[in-house]
Design a protein around this ligand. Sequence first.
Ligand SMILES: [Mg+2]
Length: 216
Amino acid sequence: MKFHDIAVLIWDFDGTLYKPNPALFAAVRQAEYRTIMAHTGWTKEHTIEAFEKLYKKVYSSATETVARIVGIPTEDAAVEMENYFDRRDFLKRDDRLIELFQKLKSYRHIILANGVIARHKETLKVLGLPAKTFELMVTSEVVGKTKPHPEGFQYILNYTKLPSKEHLMIGDRDLVDLAPARALGIKTCLVWSDKPSAHADITLPTIYDLSSCLPL
Ligand SMILES: [Mg+2]
């Protein structure tokens, strides 16, 4: 299948621009716990219990879960957490990703992520993509909310002023990245999944397959 009217590609960052990485994701989880412990003085055990009670049950964003537990704005929780881990320790240059973006150079690229812009820029450098590949980066620092809240998606639609169906959201989590996009009429692509999503317009086993779904 090919998408025909897409002008803007909206990219999730973690687990999308690189294959979901269990060691990195474990480091992120530890960083979330450390943020909670730094604010509350709780034991690790108590922290994990409080986190598990809310994450994926009340809040589908882990960053928002941390923010609500310690009572700080989501964008502050995102910034604090990022002090406790570094994606660059887990990632390296990805020539296939670089090649993908060369093929997609006629498209506009925007990042919509739940992390912090400065950290995403540093990580892009490691992956081998210039930060200027992306004309805009939207995080909770920009809109005050993380996905799956609609604010970031809406911000991008207001920015491009194009019809929503001319945007394609690419992400690794249906509930967080794709469901809110779909609700606004944005096309959706689930990546790094062997199981076809019942909801996404298309499911791809790797990010590199995306070039076969778009006119180049
Ligand atoms: Mg992700």
